[in-house]
Design a binder for this molecule. Structure first.
Ligand code: FAD
Length: 371
């Protein structure tokens, strides 16, 4: 259905659509408008497809395309990343019942995100698993509350994981907020965030939510997660690289002569970004590598991406001065977008803690780690 042979044309088309549909609404999105109709246009142009099996798992292309979205709007790029990784889960699942959902998901006829922060942190021994599943006839009954999950709404869905009661394993499933299950799920407003307000982020409350066999992505799921975790993290580079590209654009608009005295200039930041993108693209060639050294490399690139996003957006604000500090200016917005890149799971602190564990360092409590 999509053709990605002409990579440049595909990427240019995503840029053009982002400029046409997202750029005029970027402030509204920052303040809470969830741009589903705009993201549908990007989905129809193939943004959610290159990394799928059908298109030879072109993770590089999916990441570069999402960076073009993030260059315009970091919040939108976060939402599109959520959508991309939900597609990854459906695509890599062995459960053929999920094929029809993948078909609508990849062309943005249906929408859904990912609730994997808590499980990822649980596997990294940062916090306990929140959702619990009790086996029942033909499936599971799941309960628990996830505090903030993005790109969800009634009639949408997300990938979620629950710990199976009495077993040393979990079930990874499609959590659908469909009308038939009213009462089993509730979605609640979150507090106002300093950014990402338009990401459709809500609190999920599940009370005996029935998961049927047709909804199961993987169970047992440890091997499945080991296979996809590198791709999950690597794809976040699309958000980070986009925010950095946008910050470099902002720097180029600064006109003060005194800007020459700032440490980080457009040229030096571009060199750093190009290096990081090259590493990302190289890692994206083996997205399902399970060796821990691969995952360590992915975590390292992801951490460097977050740090560079912080540095580049701060530099853009310093370059534009008061003009960039105006509430409608992009530098102040991008600073908040970069903060999110740095704190969303895996946050910089989680990456360091997890890398420490993976490198086989003696187990230490986090507090000791930083002394
Ligand atoms: C705008 C936004 C959108 C997000 N979207 C998603 C999403 O789509 N999918 C997803 O899975 N996650 C999402 N998250 C969660 C995010 O990835 C982090 O996991 C989350 O912000 C908590 O990480 P942390 O580093 O603050 O927690 P840590 O500092 O690592 O947590 C430390 C401890 O604090 C506890 N803790 C964490 N949060 C709370 C809380 N609210 N109240 C009480 N105790 C708490 C934890 O149990 C943990 O033990 C989103 C968060 C935000 C702010």
């Amino acid at each position: 259905m999509f053709h990605f042979n002409d990579q440049t044309q595909f990427l240019d088309n995503i840029t053009s659509l982002a400029n046409t549909y997202l750029a005029p609404k970027v402030m509204e999105i920052d303040q809470g408008y969830y741009p589903l109709m705009e993201l549908e246009k990007l989905g129809k142009a193939g943004l959610f497809a290159p990394h799928l099996n059908e298109y030879d798992n072109r993770f590089d292309l999916a990441i570069l395309a999402n960076a073009n979205v993030g260059r315009v709007c970091g919040t939108s790029a976060f939402v599109t990343w959520c959508h991309q990784v939900m597609g990854l889960y459906l695509d890599q699942s062995q459960n053929t019942s999920l094929k029809s959902l993948l078909d609508t998901h990849k062309v943005a006829d249906t929408f859904g995100g990912t609730a994997l922060s808590n499980p990822m942190k649980s596997w990294a021994k940062i916090e306990p698993m929140i959702l619990t599943a009790k086996p029942c006839d033909g499936g599971y009954v799941v309960s628990g509350t996830l505090p903030w999950i993005s790109h969800i709404a009634p009639r949408q869905y997300c990938g979620a994981v629950a710990k199976i009661d009495g077993a040393d394993d979990e079930v990874f499933f499609v959590l659908s907020f469909d009308d038939d299950r009213m009462g089993q799920w509730q979605l609640h407003e979150c507090p106002d965030f300093s950014g990402m307000q338009g990401s459709g982020t809500l609190r999920i409350e599940l009370n005996n939510y029935v998961v049927q066999a047709s909804q199961i992505i993987a169970s047992p799921c440890k091997d499945f997660i080991t296979r996809i975790r590198g791709a999950f993290v690597l794809m976040q580079m699309g958000i980070g690289a986009g925010v950095i590209m946008g910050a470099i654009d902002d720097i180029k608009q600064g006109t003060a002569v005194s800007n020459a005295f700032l440490e980080d200039q457009a040229g030096t930041l571009s060199v750093e970004l190009d290096r990081l993108v090259a590493k990302t693209i190289a890692l994206a060639k083996t997205p399902f590598e399970t060796h821990k050294d691969f995952f360590l490399d992915v975590l390292s690139v992801r951490e460097q991406g977050a740090l560079l996003a912080l540095k580049a957006t701060q530099s853009a604000l310093l370059h534009q001065g008061a003009k960039g500090y105006v509430m409608s200016a992009s530098p102040q917005r991008r600073v908040r977008e970069a903060h999110f890149v740095a704190i969303v799971t895996p946050a910089i602190k989680h990456i360091r803690y997890l890398s420490h564990q993976l490198m086989g360092e003696p187990q230490v409590k986090p507090i000791e780690f930083f002394i």
